[in-house]
Design a binder for this molecule. Structure first.
Ligand code: PLP
Length: 377
C-alpha cells in the first residue's frame, strides 16, 4: 500500500478532468483565435472554462487571465502590476512562495523598494503590520492567502479593507487556499488573485490570474495579443479546459472534501500522539488550512525521515516541494524563529480528500516505526 500525503505539492487529477482534457486534445483542437467553426468551438470551450474559474472565486469571466500556472500568475501580478511604474514601494511577507519572493527580488534589482513583513511565531501577518509599512509611494501589497508549508491563513479581508480606496493594488497568492476554504475576491477585497490547476485536482501547467476590472497591467509576454493583450501566445486549450473542469468540481465538492482531509489529519494526529512523542507542530493550530500538518521530530533528520517513510510507502515533503531538492532550511520556518533542531527535522504532511481514516492511522503507525529506527542510533 502506498499512502500519498503530499497534496500541497500536487494533487491527482479528477477522472472528469482527464476526460475533458483528452477530448480537448483529440477533438476540440482548433485555435481559439480562428474565425471558422473549428476556432469558434475552441473559443467556446475556453469561454466555458473562464466562466467556471470565475464562478469558483466570485469573479466575472472577463477578469480571468489564463497562465501557465501559479508561478506565471504570481510573476504577472507582481511584475505586471508594478510594470507601469518606474519606481515605488512594494509590501510582501517573508513567508511567500518563491514565485512571489523572487519576483520581488527582481523588482528590487530594478530599483523598487520592497518591505518583507515578518510573521508572528504562529505564522500570521497582522493587518496592522501592513498599515505600519505603508509609504506614500506604496503601489502594491502581495500577501498569500494560505502558506504552502505551514498552512497559515492570512487576514486578507482585513488587509483588503485597510487598503480600500488608497490606490494601492492588493494581490494574493491563493494557490493553496482554493478548495480548502472559502475564496471570494469580493469578500477578500483583492485586486489580483493567483490560482493553480494542479493543486485542485486539475492539470499542471495551467493556472489563472484574476485581475479586477479597471486595474492596469503590463504584459510579461508580447506577441499576438491573446488574453486581451495581457498574455500572448496560442492558448493551452487542453490545460485550460482541464482547469475549468477542476474549478467546476472544486466549487461543488470543496466543503465535503476539505472536511474529509481534516478528518484524515485528525486521525493521523490522534494515532501519532498515542504511538510516539518528541514532536511539535510548526505554526498555530488556529488559522490553518484543514489539510496541513508541519511537524518537527526531535533527534531525527527530516531528509532521512522522508526517505525512510518513502521506502515504507508514505509520501510526504521535507518542506515545500519546490525547495526540497535544495539542502537549505525552510525560509518559512526560519521566519517563525524556530530552533535549529526543528528546522532540520521538519516534515510537511498535506492530506487530500481521498485519504481515508484507515490510511491516516496506518501512516501514523509507519511514522512511529520509522522514528523508532532512526532514533535507535
Ligand atoms: N504559490 C504557492 C503558494 C504554491 O504552493 C505554488 C506551488 O507549489 C505556486 C505558487 C506555484 O504554482 P505552480 O506550480 O502552478 O507554478
Amino acid at each position: 500500500m502506498r499512502i500519498y500525503l503530499d497534496n500541497s505539492a500536487t494533487t491527482k487529477p479528477y477522472p472528469e478532468v482527464a476526460a475533458a482534457m483528452q477530448e480537448a486534445l483529440a477533438e476540440g483542437w482548433g485555435n481559439p483565435s480562428g474565425i471558422h467553426s473549428f476556432g469558434r468551438d475552441a473559443y467556446d470551450a475556453m469561454s466555458r472554462a473562464r466562466e467556471q474559474v470565475a464562478e469558483l472565486i466570485g469573479a466575472e469571466p472577463g477578469e480571468i487571465y489564463f497562465t501557465s500556472g501559479g508561478t506565471e500568475a504570481d510573476n504577472l501580478a507582481l511584475l505586471g502590476g508594478a510594470g507601469r511604474f518606474e519606481r515605488g514601494h512594494i509590501i510582501t511577507s517573508s513567508i511567500e512562495h518563491a514565485a512571489v519572493l523572487n519576483s520581488c527580488r527582481h523588482l528590487a534589482g530594478q530599483g523598487f523598494a520592497v518591505t518583507y513583513l515578518a510573521p508572528d511565531a504562529g505564522g500570521r501577518i497582522d493587518a496592522a503590520q501592513v498599515e505600519a509599512a505603508l509609504q506614500p509611494d506604496t503601489l502594491l501589497v502581495s500577501i498569500m492567502l494560505a502558506n504552502n508549508e505551514i498552512g497559515s491563513i492570512q487576514p486578507l479581508a482585513e488587509i483588503g479593507e485597510l487598503l480600500a480606496g488608497r490606490g494601492v493594488l492588493l494581490h494574493t497568492d491563493a494557490v493553496q487556499a482554493v478548495g480548502k476554504m472559502p475564496v471570494n475576491v469580493e469578500e477578500l477585497g483583492v485586486d489580483m488573485l493567483t490560482l493553480s490547476g494542479h493543486k485542485i485536482n486539475g492539470p499542471k501547467g495551467a493556472g489563472a490570474l484574476y485581475v479586477r476590472h479597471g486595474v492596469e497591467m503590463e504584459p510579461l509576454l508580447w506577441g499576438g495579443g491573446q488574453e486581451r493583450g495581457l498574455r500572448s501566445g496560442t492558448e493551452n486549450l487542453p490545460g485550460i479546459v482541464g482547469l475549468g473542469e477542476a474549478a467546476r468540481l472544486t466549487r461543488e465538492r470543496w466543503p465535503r472534501q476539505a472536511a474529509q482531509a481534516a478528518a484524515a489529519r485528525q486521525s493521523f494526529w490522534d494515532r501519532l500522539r498515542l504511538l510516539t512523542e518528541g514532536f511539535v507542530l510548526n505554526g498555530d493550530w488556529e488559522n490553518r488550512l484543514p489539510n496541513n500538518l508541519n511537524l518537527s521530530f526531535a533527534g531525527v533528520d527530516g531528509a532521512a525521515l522522508l526517505l525512510f517513510l518513502d521506502m515504507a510507502g508514505v509520501a510526504v515533503s521535507a518542506a515545500s516541494a519546490c525547495s526540497s531538492a535544495k539542502p537549505e532550511p525552510s525560509h518559512v520556518l526560519q521566519a517563525l524563529g524556530v530552533e535549529e533542531w526543528r528546522l532540520k527535522s521538519a516534515v510537511r504532511l498535506s492530506f487530500g480528500w481521498e485519504n481515508t481514516t484507515e490510511e491516516a492511522v496506518r501512516a501514523a503507525e509507519i511514522f512511529a516505526e520509522q522514528l523508532r529506527w532512526l532514533r535507535q542510533d
